[in-house]
Design a protein around this ligand. Structure first.
Ligand code: GDP
Length: 202
């Protein structure tokens, strides 16, 4: 499976702004600066599809990108990659955080096409309170979640293993697999594409 095209489609803060259609959606969430834009660009191999960094916490909309997945020579499928605003950025203040919660939660609970939320956590750190509460909220609300440990190239192989386990423990995860990902080196990309490919076949 590979991604053969990707383009920005729409930004939304409420339901009537979501793009129409029946395409499956895969959403990405995480703390600001976790490496979400880099991962989206690396996954789609389209640099600049999602904006990278500079001012954390800046994107305050759901951003929809239409990607085409090539599952085999004859099977190509479009899906939406949905970039959710970063959470847990201290300087946005409390009221902003509440607003975040409201329209994100609305999307996560009400989009009938949402198939998976990829929750990104920086591999170098234990999950923070905002990561833990987001993860628990997803589980409690039966939203399928794939945890991804980002910036894996910053650690050696032993430390990757150790920190992935620390993330698992910090989140109180059961057996589910965590993907260690590096946008710089492409590590974890085939694995994540595989997870997405399985979903698109459903
Ligand atoms: P976002 O705020 O979550 O969208 O994070 P960005 O994608 O903008 O990345 C934040 C910072 O982390 C930038 O300086 C990136 O260059 C860096 N970064 C992101 N992903 C990786 C990675 O896989 N490896 C390394 N070494 N740095 C990364």
């Amino acid at each position: 499976m590979n991604i053969t095209s990707g383009q920005y489609i729409a930004s939304a803060v409420k339901i009537d702004q979501y793009p129409e259609g029946e395409l499956h959606e895969i959403a990405f969430m995480g703390r600001s600066n976790v490496g979400k834009s880099s991962l989206i660009n690396s996954l789609s191999r389209r640099n600049g599809l999602a904006r990278t960094s500079g001012s954390p916490g800046k994107t305050q909309t759901l951003n929809f990108y239409k990607l085409m997945a090539k599952l085999s020579d004859t099977d190509k499928r479009d899906f939406f990659l949905v970039d959710l605003p970063g959470y847990g950025y201290a300087r946005t203040g409390k009221s902003n955080r509440q607003q975040w919660a409201k329209f994100i939660e609305e999307y996560l609970l009400k989009s009938p096409r949402l198939q998976l939320v990829c929750q990104l956590i920086d591999i170098r750190h234990d999950p923070m309170d905002s990561d833990i509460s987001a993860y628990k909220w997803l589980i409690e609300n039966d939203v399928p979640v794939q945890v991804i440990a980002t910036k894996a190239d910053k650690l050696n192989r032993m430390a990757v293993k150790k920190n992935v386990e620390a993330i698992r423990k910090g989140l109180g995860m059961k057996g589910d697999h965590i993907i260690a990902y590096s946008s710089e080196k492409g590590l974890g990309r085939p694995e994540l594409l595989d997870v997405i490919g399985q979903i698109l076949l459903k």
